[in-house]
Design a protein around this ligand. Structure first.
Ligand SMILES: [Zn+2]
Ligand SMILES: [Zn+2]
Length: 280
């Protein structure tokens, strides 16, 4: 089984008091985080999740609400909960230098001293997959801002697949990436399409029937979609929410109604063409 915990589903501005972007993924062999916003320690400690359990961290892009928590995590492992085993950080080009500069800006003395655990960085290239234990990481380029390398991820482990948009404008590449996935975590920063570097609810809603995944969950929710949540018919993330991704044949009838079967089965007459679920 693969379990996803939403540590933070807020935008850069902490809309609605939500935590910055971060998602905990647990597979049979690895525990890792996707993105690491500055509120990471608060999110973990509120949920009573041991920060020491993390094997590695994946970063989607180098905006503060997605990687700004790394120095706080290093401080935790340096002083509060000393760590000895290695920590790996995988991210786009520039991750090593930007993270080190940020660490030095926030905690200059500690950042310049040796850490008590091996910290390994690896910069990933869109289109080149990487395997860590039972996790296959497939980064793909997303159109967010031109000055940074911005990536989404398709992550596969234990027969399950998760697609994460990172921050991005809408791209039909998401329809391709999400095909057959168990979960698509898609950013939804605005309700109306008025910020060209982000996805709006109008855009994702218009394509929801074309997205062939078992569960579509909107995240990175800005003030506007939160204010207009009554008008949203797709599932929205909440901080602390857990999503258990299991094989359809192993789920109970009750759960199956929430996690619909995907695949090439013929749909009943009149049924929706796509499989991304709308909220009841
Ligand atoms: Zn963001
Ligand atoms: Zn961003």
């Amino acid at each position: 089984m693969v379990k996803v915990t939403i540590l933070g589903c807020g935008d850069a501005f902490g809309a609605g008091g939500r935590m910055h972007s971060s998602y905990l993924v647990e597979t049979p062999e690895r525990t890792f985080r996707v993105d690491c916003g500055p509120t990471i320690l608060q999110a973990l400690k509120r949920l009573r999740i041991d920060p020491g359990r993390i094997d590695f961290i994946l970063i989607s892009h180098l905006h503060g609400d997605h990687f700004g928590g790394l120095p706080f995590l290093f401080m935790e492992y340096r002083y509060a909960m000393p760590r000895s085993r290695p920590l790996a950080v995988y991210g786009p080009s520039g991750t090593t230098e930007r993270t080190q500069r940020l660490f030095e800006a926030l905690y200059e003395k500690t950042a310049l001293e040796p850490l008590n655990f091996p910290l390994e960085y690896e910069e990933l290239t869109p289109g080149t997959e990487k395997t860590v234990g039972d996790v296959c990481i497939r980064p793909f380029a997303v159109p967010h801002v031109s000055e940074l390398s911005c990536m989404g991820y398709r992550l596969e482990a234990d027969g399950r697949a998760i697609v994460y948009s990172g921050d991005s404008a809408w791209s039909d590449e998401f329809i391709t990436q999400a095909r057959g996935a168990d979960l698509f975590l898609c950013e939804c920063s605005t309700f109306e399409p008025n910020v060209p570097i982000h996805i709006s609810y109008r855009e994702i809603s218009a394509r929801a029937d074309d997205i062939d995944c078992r569960r579509l969950v909107l995240t990175h929710l800005g003030a506007e979609p939160l204010r207009r949540q009554r008008e949203i018919s797709l599932e929205c993330a909440r901080d602390g929410m857990t999503l258990e991704l299991v094989e359809p044949r192993r789920v109970s009838r009750r759960v199956r109604s929430v996690v619909p079967r995907s695949g090439g089965r013929r749909r009943p007459k009149g049924a929706s063409r796509g499989r991304a679920r709308r909220r009841r």
